[in-house]
Design a protein around this ligand. Sequence first.
Ligand SMILES: [Mg+2]
Length: 265
Amino acid sequence: MDSCSKSARESSSPFDSLVFDLDDTLYSSKTGIGEALKKNIDDFLVERCGFAPDKASSLRVELFKTYGSSLAGLRALGYDVDADDYHSVVHGRLPYHLIKPDSQLRNLLRSIPQRKIIFTNSDRIHAMKALKRLGLEDCFDQIVCFETMNPDLSRSARPDEFPVVLKPSPEAMRITLRETSVDPCRTLFLDDNVRNIAAGKAVGLRTVLVGKTVKTKEADYTLDAVNNLPKAVPEIWVDPNDDGDQIIISSTRNEIDSILTPVGA
Ligand SMILES: [Mg+2]
């Protein structure tokens, strides 16, 4: 049993804070936003950087695999790409109407008494737009986004002076823990990306892999959609004012057991 498992506050919820990824976590990866994003990156590579249209997709994939994003890769390779211009194309041209309001998720988030934080690699404008489309713009206490992780990028003298920082880098996790002041042992981190989940686990966060059914060893929980959180992690709602471990959300033990999927916890 790890040091996080036992606590003087064991009778209350084991979580003080919940940290949510945004894209493909708070809304489904099947909206079409992800596909549009890829096309926009390809268009940026052609329009702004002059790459051949038939090479753009493969270049995007290579940059993502090697550097974590096309923006990070382009700047590391010496292309003087402005982050705001990149985001204005890659996110600014997204078909946001595909993201629909999710009143069920809104009610779910509003029922969570703990601090709730967004942690996204996307820029702040995109985060605000997506949250507004979902009807969740007032459901979070803090947003950690591209600008939070890359405060010095705009004043760099040359493109590779400050490497772009994004999940799942240890630096991104370090900045987020510092900016949010969360106790990783008592924080639940939800993300759809297995590498991000592994990075979260490495800094001591409790982890939920969202939108997947295949388990990974770094995920404490796995759930197919974020709306199923109450059944997968009912202990979020343990009332800290209760002496016992009464769960506010009404779920029978069998219901919980059938869905709860701790992995290596
Ligand atoms: Mg995501």
